[in-house]
Design a protein around this ligand. Structure first.
Ligand SMILES: *Cc1c(COP(=O)(O)O)cnc(C)c1O
Length: 400
C-alpha cells in the first residue's frame, strides 16, 4: 500500500492510504497557526471558561485596532452581530430594511427576527455586490410610498467590497444608516479603508469556513463606542447594574466564549498572511484558466483590495455550452468540492412576499450571476499540487 503525505496545514501533516481514498479537496477549511493552543491554555490556566474573560477583551481590542474601528463586541456569530446591529438601530415590527439579494441567508434572517420587512436590492456586474442603480430605484419607490427603510445591509461578496462611495452617497442623502456585512471580507479594503468600517456598524464572522475562524463567532464593530458597550450589555442578557437580577429590556445570550476568543486572537495575528495566500490561490487560478475566454472571474475594480476569500467565476453562455453544474460534477467526481454562487434571496420561498429592485431590465444581475457562477476551492492552506488538480479537471472540460 502506497502512502502519500498530505499537507494539512503549515504545522501538521497526516497520512492517508492512496489506494483507498482520493485526496479530498474542500472549498475552504480551517487553517490553524499553531498559536491557538497558547491562548486556549491561558484561558484554562486562569479558569476563564466562560463567555467573558481576557481573550474576549483582547480579541475585541485587536480586531478593532486591525480595522481602525473605535470598538468591537465579540459575539457568538456573525448572524448575532447583524441581529444586534439592527436591534441597536431600533428596528422593529413593520419597519423596512434594504438588503443585498446576492448573499447568504444570514444577511437577512435577522431582519425577520426583528419582525421587520426585508426589501432586496439587485447586484451589479462590476463587483457582484449591491447595485447603486437598483438602490436608487428602491429609495425612490420607498420615498413615494412614504416609507423609507430604517437601515441598509450591504454585503461584500467573497471578500470584494461593494461600491461604497456610490452606496454611501445615496444612503446619506436619505439619512439611512448602513450595516456593512463584512462576514466574508475581513482584510479587504476599499480606497485604502478597511472593510467593515463604512457604515454605522460592521460585522465579521469567524465561522469555520471564513478567512480566519474561532470555530464559530462574530464581531460587531463601530466608531460609536457607547453603542458597542450597549451591544455587550444586550449580548449578555441585558442585566441592569443592580445587586440582584433586574431587567428593563430584552436581552440575548450572544457573547463569544473566552476559549473561542483565544482561537480568534491567534488567527487574527495571521490575517495578512491568510489574505496573501487566498490572493495567491486566485492568481494561480487566473494564470491556469485565464486563457479560457468563457471563464470570467469576479472582478476587483481599481481602488479595491479583495481578500479573495473564495475565487468565483461566471461562465459566459455566449462562449461555452458548459454550465456550472457540468464543472461542479466533474470536480466532484475527482473528490473536489465546489459550490454554486449564493442563490439570490429575493427568489427564496422564505422571502416570497418581499419587494425586489432590479439593476436593469430583463433578468436580474444577481440571478444571472447565480445561474452562471461557481466558487472554487480557495483555502489558504491549499497546496499548489491541489490547485493544479482543480485546474486540470476544468481545462479537460474545455478541451473536449
Ligand atoms: C458567514 C456569513 C454570515 C454569518 O456568519 P455566521 O458567523 O455564520 O453567523 C453572514 N453573512 C455572510 C455574507 C456570510 O458569509
Amino acid at each position: 500500500m502506497k502512502i502519500l503525505p498530505i499537507e494539512q496545514n503549515s504545522s501538521t501533516s497526516f497520512f492517508i492510504p492512496a489506494t483507498e481514498t482520493k485526496e479530498k479537496i474542500l472549498l475552504s477549511t480551517p487553517h490553524m497557526t499553531g498559536n491557538e493552543m497558547k491562548y486556549i491554555q491561558e484561558a484554562f490556566a486562569s479558569n476563564w471558561i466562560a463567555p467573558v474573560g481576557p481573550n474576549v477583551d483582547k480579541f475585541e481590542e485587536e480586531l478593532a485596532a486591525y480595522t481602525g474601528a473605535a470598538g468591537g463586541a465579540a459575539l457568538s456569530s456573525g448572524t448575532a452581530a447583524i441581529h444586534l446591529a439592527l436591534h441597536l438601530l431600533g428596528i422593529g415590527k413593520g419597519d423596512r430594511v434594504f438588503c443585498s439579494s446576492l448573499t447568504f441567508v444570514a444577511s437577512a434572517n435577522p431582519i425577520l427576527y426583528e419582525g421587520a420587512e426585508p426589501v432586496f436590492i439587485d447586484a451589479e456586474e462590476e463587483t457582484w455586490n449591491m447595485s447603486p442603480v437598483a438602490l436608487r430605484k428602491a429609495f425612490l419607490a420607498a420615498a413615494d410610498e412614504g416609507k423609507l427603510p430604517k437601515a441598509v445591509v450591504i454585503v461584500n461578496l467573497y471578500g470584494q467590497s461593494a461600491q461604497m462611495d456610490e452606496l454611501l452617497e445615496i444612503c446619506n442623502e436619505y439619512g439611512v444608516p448602513i450595516v456593512e456585512d463584512a462576514a466574508e471580507s475581513l482584510g479587504s479594503s476599499y480606497k485604502g479603508k478597511s472593510s467593515g468600517t463604512f457604515g454605522k456598524f460592521g460585522i465579521f464572522s469567524f465561522n469555520g469556513n471564513k478567512i480566519i475562524t474561532a470555530s464559530s463567532g462574530g464581531m460587531l464593530i463601530s466608531n460609536d463606542t457607547e453603542t458597542i458597550k450597549k451591544a455587550r450589555f444586550l449580548a449578555s442578557q441585558a442585566k441592569d447594574p443592580a445587586p440582584y437580577y433586574k431587567h428593563h429590556e430584552i436581552g440575548y445570550n450572544y457573547r463569544l466564549s473566552n476559549v473561542l476568543a483565544g482561537i480568534g486572537r491567534a488567527q487574527l495575528e495571521a490575517i495578512d498572511e491568510r489574505v496573501a495566500a487566498r490572493r495567491a490561490v486566485y492568481e494561480r487560478y487566473a494564470a491556469g484558466l485565464g486563457d479560457i475566454e468563457a471563464i470570467e472571474f469576479q472582478p476587483e475594480p481599481k481602488g479595491t483590495f479583495s481578500n479573495r476569500w473564495l475565487t468565483a467565476f461566471t461562465l459566459n453562455p455566449d462562449l461555452t455550452a458548459l454550465v456550472p453544474e457540468n464543472i461542479k460534477r466533474a470536480l466532484a467526481a475527482e473528490e473536489i468540492e465546489s459550490r454554486n454562487v449564493w442563490n439570490p434571496l429575493h427568489s427564496q420561498e422564505l422571502f416570497k412576499d418581499a419587494q425586489f429592485f432590479s439593476h436593469g431590465d430583463g433578468e436580474a444581475v444577481s440571478e444571472k450571476i447565480f445561474r452562471h457562477g461557481l466558487c472554487l476551492p480557495s483555502g489558504s492552506n491549499m497546496t499548489e499540487e491541489q490547485q493544479e488538480r482543480v485546474i486540470r479537471v476544468i481545462r479537460s472540460l474545455f478541451n473536449n
